[in-house]
Design a protein around this ligand. Structure first.
Ligand code: RTP
Ligand code: MG
Length: 140
């Protein structure tokens, strides 16, 4: 299996409850390394741009408002099979369907306020990393 990089967001519901450290520990314990990290307050342009693929979905407006509601922590995670590994550690989008021991099972409040984002493919990981980070901010 190859070493990959993926993109993660610790979402507003989690930063608000001071869960940045707890969630990062779950990612690290799961075998991923944080090679870039910053806390930002997303602008409307950033939230709409990042979630542009969802713009026709009924929850788009709600999702954008949520992502702008509090600061988030954007991270680049590195490790073996990092894209899939991160998705496993996160658990299903809906916390009611998330497996025991996953971040969303442990911490998510609802299908919308679900504590973390993780890239769903290697191709999207590259696009999402570039959306928030310059090359010199990532230290492997
Ligand atoms: P993410 O992109 O955030 O890692 O989550 P995901 O792949 O598991 O879920 P996706 O289908 O890509 O949806 C993106 C985010 O939109 C919010 N959502 N709300 N109200 C709803 O029915 C609903 N469905 C999705 C969630 O915050 C989800 O993570
Ligand atoms: Mg997604």
């Amino acid at each position: 299996m190859a070493i990959q990089r993926t993109f993660s967001i610790i979402k507003p519901d989690a930063t608000k409850r001071n869960l940045t450290g707890a969630i990062t520990k779950m990612l690290e314990d799961g075998g991923l390394r944080v090679v870039a990290s910053k806390r930002i307050h997303m602008t409307k342009e950033q939230a709409e741009g990042f979630y542009a693929v969802h713009k026709e979905r009924p929850f788009f407006g709600e999702l954008v408002e949520f992502m702008m509601s509090e600061p988030v922590v954007v991270q680049v995670l590195e490790g073996e099979d990092a894209v899939a590994r991160n998705r496993e550690i996160m658990g299903a989008t809906n916390p009611e369907e998330a497996a025991p021991g996953t971040i969303r099972k442990e911490y998510a409040l609802s299908i919308g306020e679900n504590s973390v984002h993780g890239s769903d493919s290697l191709e999207n990981a590259e696009i999402e990393i570039k959306f928030f980070f310059n090359d010199d901010e990532i230290v492997g």
